[in-house]
Design a protein around this ligand. Structure first.
Ligand SMILES: Nc1nc2c(ncn2[C@@H]2O[C@H](COP(=O)(O)OP(=O)(O)OP(=O)(O)O)[C@@H](O)[C@H]2O)c(=O)[nH]1
Ligand SMILES: [Mg+2]
Length: 664
């Protein structure tokens, strides 16, 4: 006698199984981003005197370039310079027992001083005495701006040079000492930690963001019957639910950073309205458009492992819009279930749940030319004289914390976008200094201008160190067309070393220019040469097919749809002790959309399990009486019934087999 089977519905347990694409752990929503948190109370109660340093950054208004100022070439410019909020400057001191308020520039100076010992001389413990002195020194240095550059830098005497060194000391950590610094030279773990803590949130958020997106759920279908005078047995009239809203990602030309995602990270599309009587379908849910800056790469967020997720979209051009997640389908009302055999269906579906996922956004600047070089080489000065951008310029390393963009215009149609990037240090590819945060921006630049500080003691070593960093970060960077701009030729030490530098580099096959960015000498040649390199590169890269091939921006949504519409017969069964797990996107979707409040739903479900072969497969695998069977969010107890011979296909027959068992 064949053993017939039935599955007994018990209860829906509340683990919602998402389709594979939305495999992110929902708990992540609760996890706060890993940031260095210092309790406010601790900050306030901090009795340790902290250096009262004036901030060096410009106000936001100043940071935004004015179109009014036109350089020789520049007509327009954008800049990323922003003043980080005050809180970002509060960082823990290296001594874990106390918290100090530390200005970012202090921190970065510390880092730089460790690497450029020869250049800036190592901080002396005794020199960093009390806070007031530090404050005064700061004021002095603040005055050494670009404007009064002439007074400060015209062939400084030996004494002036010493002042210059003292001037740099103010920016070292007030109570830093050399022992601590030696730890970081080892590139040990502490360095990594230090880096993590040392980058204020505003810099981390400028070009990286993690956001949560959720497509709208579909509206539920309803069970309703037409009741009208003179219309006996009016029939089922429950309308379908409306479709959930979609999630789009659009490039907004106005945006130049991902900072808006610092505060606002959840984006949920609206859900569809439920259906109504008289066959009225529910309204569609409202779609949501997530606006990102040009040059944003969208990745599927991965777990903590640090691996980068799969790239979903690359949004380069303003106006580009991609459908990322389609909204959930509306559930069918009972009018849709009417059939020849069931003219009075008392069943309706729930709306399909909209997919949700976490995304990693990364902004890579879309600039034609990138200006790279060691800190304080004069990169920002160069950008300021060739375009209308007004980046911050000062005589200490890491003045530039966020990249600045400027537009260099030669003619009506001859323009190029130039990015001034923060200084690079030895070890930048491993996240030392600020380099790592910004090195990726060079990846999108077609041409690089490598600015070398000619007044440094060993310009060649500086050049090689930066070049090596680029190569170590991404070997492709070293294959980009580039030229070397030897800066600060107005200084005698730079002038003296120029010939040997030039000979050396040209012997190695590098194109080398000299300039005095501050005096605008030689900058024209550099810019023109960079433009030529750019033109050559564009020519070489010209696709013979042109731009005809359209990029399908909606492929993610298409993939999601395909996955969701998978057949219910595609499933896998796994056994875990006494419980059986049936996994299949189509079946899971079916379970999710089943509205268990209607008794016919159970019968339909049983019928589907039978029809798609789940029951047969379970029997084959040896399911026993009382075993647990889990399909999607449903948990059921398997029941062998000897009363049933064979497996009748009709609903009636099947309904007769159902025995509800509660698991003990
Ligand atoms: N003498 C001289 N000084 C210059 C020249 N170009 C830049 N400087 C000075 O060098 C210092 C650093 O210039 P910045 O343009 O801020 O250098 P940077 O490379 O952008 O530095 P970071 O942003 O800190 O990496 C400033 O004090 C400039 O005034 C030059 O041609 N000659
Ligand atoms: Mg700069």
């Amino acid at each position: 006698m064949a053993t017939s089977t039935s599955i007994c519905f018990f209860a829906a347990h509340h683990h919602f199984l998402q389709p594979a694409i939305a495999s992110q752990d929902r708990n992540q929503r609760r996890k706060r981003p890993q940031q260095q948190q210092i309790p406010r109370s601790k900050r306030r109660n901090n009795n340790i005197p902290s250096p009262k340093l004036k901030t060096k950054s410009k106000s936001l208004e100043e940071a935004v370039p004015s179109l009014a100022r036109g350089g020789k070439y520049g007509l327009e410019a954008t800049t990323y310079a922003r003043l980080p909020p005050k809180d970002d400057f509060i960082l823990p001191s290296l001594d874990s027992s106390a918290f100090n308020e530390v200005k970012l520039s202090e921190l970065t100076q510390k880092i730089s001083s460790l690497n450029f010992k020869d250049k800036y001389s190592v901080l002396d413990k005794d020199d960093s005495d009390d806070d007031d002195d530090v404050g005064e020194e700061f004021v002095e240095v603040e005055n050494i701006g670009f404007d009064n550059y002439g007074e400060q830098f015209e062939f400084p005497s030996q004494e002036e040079e010493e002042d210059y060194v003292v001037g740099n000391q103010f920016v070292g950590l007030g109570n830093s000492n050399v022992e601590e610094s030696s730890d970081f030279d080892e590139f040990g773990e502490e360095e990594e930690d230090y880096k993590e803590k040392g980058v204020p949130a505003v810099m981390r958020c400028f070009d990286r963001a993690k956001i949560y997106v959720k497509a709208g759920d579909g509206g539920n279908g309803v069970v309703a019957f037409r009741r009208e005078k003179f219309v006996p047995y009016g029939g089922p009239s429950g309308g379908d639910g409306g479709k959930g809203g979609n999630v789009y990602v659009e490039v907004d030309a106005e945006m130049n950073s991902l900072l808006p995602f610092r505060k606002n990270i959840h984006f949920r599309a609206g859900r569809g309205s439920h259906g109504q009587g008289s066959k009225q379908a529910g309204a569609k849910g409202e779609s949501i458009i997530v606006k990102v800056a040009p040059g944003t790469v969208v990745r599927e967020a991965t777990g903590k492992g640090g691996e980068e997720g799969k790239v979903l979209l690359e949004l380069l051009h303003p106006g580009q819009r991609a459908l990322l997640l389609p909204g959930g389908r509306g559930g069918r009302g009972n009018a849709s279930f009417k059939s020849g055999t069931n003219k009075v269906p008392k069943i309706a579906e729930k709306g399909e749940e909209g997919i949700d996922m976490w995304l990693d956004l990364e902004l890579k600047l879309v600039a034609d030319v990138g200006i790279v070089g060691a800190p304080n080489a004069g990169k920002s000065t160069l950008l300021s004289v060739i375009s209308a951008a007004q980046p911050q310029i000062a005589n200490y390393p890491f003045t530039t914390l966020l990249p600045n963009l400027g537009v260099v215009s030669f003619d009506y149609d001859a323009t190029m976008v130039v990015a001034d990037l923060p200084g690079l240090l030895e070890g930048a590819h491993r996240g030392f200094g600020l380099g790592h945060e910004f090195l990726r921006h060079t990846e999108r630049c077609s041409v690089l201008i490598h600015v070398v500080d000619g007044s440094g003691e060993q310009p060649e070593c500086e050049f090689d160190a930066v070049r090596l960093e680029l190569e170590l970060f991404n070997p492709e960077l070293s294959t980009k067309p580039f030229l070397v701009a030897y800066n600060k030729m107005d200084l005698p030490e730079a002038y003296e070393r120029w010939n040997s530098f030039k000979d050396n580099l040209e012997a190695r096959g590098f194109r080398t220019f000299c300039m005095s960015a501050a005096n605008r000498h030689g900058t024209d040649e550099v810019v023109t040469a960079a433009y030529q390199l750019l033109k050559e590169k564009v020519e070489v890269n010209k696709d013979p097919k042109g731009w005809a091939e359209p990029v399908n921006m909606n492929y993610v949504a298409e993939r999601v749809r395909k996955q969701r519409n998978a057949s219910i017969s595609d499933f896998e069964i796994s056994q875990d002790g006494g419980s059986w797990h049936v996994v299949g996107a189509g079946l899971q979707r079916f379970v999710q959309m089943t509205n268990w409040q209607y008794s016919e739903s159970m019968r339909r479900f049983q019928h589907v399990l039978d029809a798609c072969g789940v029951n047969k497969s379970l029997i084959k695998l040896g399911v026993k009486e009382g075993d647990k069977v889990v399909v999607g969010e449903m948990e059921m107890i398997w029941h062998d019934s000897n009363d049933n011979i064979g497996t009748p296909n009709t609903k009636k027959g099947l309904a007769g087999q159902i025995k509800y068992h509660l698991p003990k």
